[in-house]
Write a protein that binds this ligand. Structure first.
Ligand code: ADP
Ligand code: 5GP
Length: 186
């Protein structure tokens, strides 16, 4: 396993594109650390506080904002999400690949701060597949699925701002492409 320089890898894409699936596989590599975001969204079945997200009340989230603890934050699908600054700075200084799975608004904020890193966009093969995956995931109420699909088109337009667009047709193929781009092979 080759040594890597510490770096930020940021992954965006529409809800249901397969970002979490790919991130869960990437963090099986000990050189990769996942950025656990804070959110005011309620946990889904199977999600663990501190592993998938730091689940906060709106008051707790506001307090962290006021304290300057977020490197970026955004409202997504009606909930607040934010990336904590301290763990990111520590992981990169310690030479790890720090993986952010955040939305396009957050990615724009990170870019504006000229934080160096690799910006990856995970795209679904087509709109129908995206719908099937979101419904098939079975974690969101029908109106939530519709809200996420409605936003997907806007999000897809943002893909030109990223370093690479990876079409998640087959998980293994997409994962291999992402691993190669990060430099995890070898
Ligand atoms: P996101 O994190 O982008 O919202 P998920 O990783 O939760 O998306 O994926 C949405 C659903 O699609 C999940 O049920 C997941 O198992 C499934 N999925 C992800 N990638 C693929 C793929 N390449 N082929 C088929 N199903 C997939
Ligand atoms: P979900 O609720 O499905 O886990 O995530 C919804 C959206 O919020 C996804 O697009 C995800 O990438 C984004 N997201 C998750 N964490 C953060 C974060 O810390 N900041 C921003 N800006 N978006 C985030």
């Amino acid at each position: 396993m080759a040594d890597l320089e510490g770096k930020m890898v940021l992954i965006s894409g529409p809800s249901g594109a397969g970002k979490s699936t790919i991130c869960r596989r990437l963090v099986q590599d000990p050189r990769v650390e996942f950025s656990v975001s804070a959110t005011t969204r309620k946990p889904r079945a199977g999600e663990v506080d501190g592993r998938d997200y730091h689940f906060l009340s709106p008051q707790e989230f506001r307090a962290k904002t006021a304290a300057g603890e977020f490197i970026e934050q955004a409202e997504v699908h009606g909930n607040m999400y934010g990336t904590l600054r301290a763990p990111m700075e520590r992981a990169i200084a310690e030479g790890r690949v720090y993986l952010l799975e955040i939305d396009v608004q957050g990615a724009n904020q990170i870019k504006a701060q000229q934080i160096p890193g690799l910006f990856l966009f995970i795209a679904p093969p087509d709109a129908e597949t995206l719908r099937k995956r979101l419904v098939g995931r079975g974690t969101d109420a029908p109106e939530v699925v519709e809200r996420r699909l409605a936003k997907a088109e806007d999000e897809l337009r943002e893909r030109v701002k990223y370093d690479h667009v990876i079409v998640n047709d087959d998980v293994e193929r997409a994962l291999a492409e992402v691993r190669a781009l990060i430099g995890l092979d070898g």
